[in-house]
Ligand binder design. Structure first.
Ligand code: ADP
Ligand code: MG
Length: 661
């Protein structure tokens, strides 16, 4: 991850260099291993472990990065496997016609005669099947992903479990394609420059190693990019992610597709190595085993899942059979009958279950946690050097859109929750460059007003136009794209991401890097990413030294006031034209409230349009040009702060009978 900070540049650099060195050493070690350790069976076990590592890497994208619990992941493994198996075996052989000739010319099929009419024998190359298997599985990933997009957590898990079963049942029953339970036979192994891989494990071992290396690389590249950040934002808080400009549909589908592509490629590799495919290879036990691998290694941790997969696979294929033999020997020595016959392999599922339970109880973050601990701040860094008078370093930010006319025009908006009318024909206008405050007692509909503007709840009627664009009916991420950014009353950050990542996610809609750019990382992407990080740091620096020393700290560990600041920074990072602040000073002490009020005022001075929900009347008076008062969903008053404070009805509704505060 590229989380260099001003605070510890050297420490982060050495960490990066150290992990790079470790990676290179590990790959050199595994590259020379077959030359030292020549046992074919052991190399085969290792090659299998590598294919589970690549599967776990794919599942890690879906579950670890994007937080979508998928219990039927083996389905995509099967799709890749049968794709290669069917197109290289003698299972499906249509009658030959000259239309096949071009394919025969490029070597994808050959004409075969077994006595009857000429037949087509598919001879798909392994090297072509590997990427295309990934693409086909990705297509199915999207196909399966589409209907389950709206589901979360348990529901998603159940539906994906169903998909896993469906694919396996298809493999079992579509005998003409798959040869059913008996499995495909005559699957061709890979060839490289005329060299046939055959049945020796060593060449497969190397292909497996390269596949792991490639997918580790892809995983890291994605994770450290705009794409990975979007996935992690969805994992951490879907609502906040969409409000910050991330299209939930696109990024969930992309996660399913990417994860499936990894599995599809692995399926091709696995079947080429085994030279057969049977339905049992893809049953739900495989899916759950993969999940255990991801959990054991550490959800979202690239190296973690590789280690988890290799450990569990070696345990299954090497340690358990071996330990059975040890136990048999001990049994013979001691004369205990039970030990002489025990077969540890039969206990595999139980052992997996126990591992899962133990991990959940004692080490939820896995063996190699995805979130790295950072050093605590020094006393000096913790001491706030607060500059009075608003934000600092605003010259770097530049002026916001110049004001012209009315920015936000809300007309007769009605929102009902069942029988409850949360907003009853509310109308208001926020002029360009203005600050409008919304006040009212708890439950009067203020937050609902923000939710309806930002697309999080639907309006029953009315219209909301922003710079001439109708916002009602737009998805939350489209509203952000239009220039409307918000904070939440109950702070919705991405808790397991650090401050810098949180702010960068705010920039999502203003960046362009796609999945391929993220992996290949051409100069344009590097430039975009660097300037995105710079912008995030400039925004953080506006809060004096409140956030800057904490850029690589996870936000869940921040103080309440600092989390509020991160949320405002995240919203500002999206370069909004209007900023909606929902009770920004709630939970802050008077000094902090005052500091924030001055900062908001300095944003106003820069020309940013602001709609503010605020309880503290002194803050409102200091900031707002215009005040709207809501009560039980009705707008009961509107006017200058001082006038509204004197309004009879407002006093009754908002301040209670005492008429003071
Ligand atoms: P405020 O922010 O002014 O305190 P809210 O806008 O949060 O008030 O809530 C207004 C009313 O709408 C409350 O009675 C609240 O219980 C209700 N409400 C808000 N959101 C929902 C929802 N998603 N579903 C049902 N009722 C809701
Ligand atoms: Mg509220």
């Amino acid at each position: 991850m590229n989380t260099t900070t001003a605070a510890h540049p050297s420490a982060t650099l050495t960490h990066k260099q150290r992990s790079m060195l470790l990676t290179i050493l590990a790959f050199i070690f595994f590259a020379v291993l077959p030359k030292i350790w020549t046992d074919d069976g052991d190399l085969d076990s290792l090659a299998n472990a590598m294919s589970y590592a690549t599967l776990a890497l794919g599942l890690n994208i879906v579950v670890g990065f994007a937080g979508l619990l998928d219990l039927g992941y083996a389905a995509f493994f099967a799709i890749g496997a049968y794709y290669y198996g069917i197109f290289t075996s003698f299972q499906v052989m249509p009658v030959w016609s000259d239309a096949w000739a071009p394919l025969a010319y490029v070597g994808l099929v050959e004409k075969l005669n077994q006595g009857g009419p000429d037949l087509v024998h598919f001879t798909l190359s392994f090297w072509l099947a590997l990427p295309t298997g990934g693409v086909i599985a990705a297509f199915f990933g999207m196909l399966f992903g589409f209907p389950v997009l709206r589901l979360r957590g348990d529901y998603l898990a159940i539906v994906t479990l169903g998909f896993g079963e469906i694919v396996q049942i298809c493999a079992r029953n579509m005998e003409s394609l798959t040869n059913g339970a008996a499995g495909l036979n005559g699957v061709q192994g890979p060839k490289l420059f005329g060299y046939r891989f055959g049945v020796h494990s060593e060449p497969y071992y190397y292909v497996g190693l390269l596949l792991v290396a490639f997918l580790v690389f892809v995983s890291f590249r994605l994770r450290g990019s705009r794409i990975g950040r979007a996935w992690m934002a969805i994992r951490e808080d879907e609502t906040a992610a969409s409000a910050m400009g991330i299209s939930l549909v696109n990024y969930k589908l992309l996660a399913f597709a990417m994860g499936a592509a990894f599995a599809g490629m692995t399926g091709v590799f696995f079947v080429a190595k085994l030279q057969t495919a049977t339905p049992e290879m893809f049953n739900s036990a495989v899916s759950s085993m993969l999940l255990v691998m991801v959990v054991l290694g550490g959800m979202g941790s690239v190296w973690g899942v590789v280690v988890g997969a290799v450990l569990l696979q070696l345990m299954q294929t090497w340690f358990l059979p071996q330990s059975s033999e040890w136990l048999h020997s001990i049994g013979k020595l001691t004369g205990i009958g039970f030990l002489q016959t025990v077969d540890m392999v039969q206990w595999t599922q139980l052992i997996f279950g126990v591992i899962l339970v133990l991990m959940m109880l004692f080490r939820r973050q896995g063996l190699i946690p995805a979130v790295r601990k950072v050093a605590p701040l020094t006393m000096q860094q913790q001491t706030a050097s607060v500059v009075r008078g608003g934000f600092v370093g605003l010259d770097k930010i530049g002026r916001w859109a110049p004001g012209k006319g009315d920015a936000l025009v809300i007309k007769d908006v009605v929102v009902k929750f069942g029988g409850l009318v949360a907003l009853n024909k509310v109308s208001l206008t926020v002029p360009d460059g203005g600050v409008v405050a919304v006040i009212g007692p708890n439950g009067s509909g203020k937050s609902t007003l923000f939710n309806v503007i930002t697309g999080l709840v639907e309006a029953d009627s009315g219209s909301i136009s922003f710079n001439g664009v109708e916002l009602l009916g737009l998805a939350p991420h489209k509203v952000l794209e239009a220039g409307v950014a918000r904070t939440f009353q109950n702070i919705r950050l991405f808790p397991n991401l650090n401050v810098l990542e949180n702010i960068l996610i705010g920039e999502h809609a203003r960046l362009k890097t796609g999945p391929f750019g993220a992996v290949i990382r051409p100069p344009s992407v590097v430039r975009e990413e660097n300037s995105a990080v710079q912008w995030a740091k400039d925004i953080a620096a506006m809060f004096s030294n409140r956030l800057t020393p904490r850029l690589d700290q996870t936000v869940s560990g921040l103080s309440y006031a600092n989390r509020r600041r991160v949320e405002i920074a995240r919203a500002l990072a999206s370069r909004p034209k209007i900023l909606l602040l929902d009770e920004p000073t709630a939970g802050m002490n008077p000094a902090e409230s005052l500091e924030l009020a001055e900062q908001i005022k300095s944003l106003h001075d820069l020309g940013l349009t602001i709609l503010l929900i605020e309880h503290k009347l002194d803050v409102v008076t200091r900031l707002a040009d215009n005040v709207i008062v809501l009560d039980h969903g009705d707008k009961i008053a509107e006017g200058l702060p001082d006038d509204v404070r004197k309004d009879e009805e407002v006093l009754r509704a908002y301040l209670g009978r005492s008429g003071g505060h």
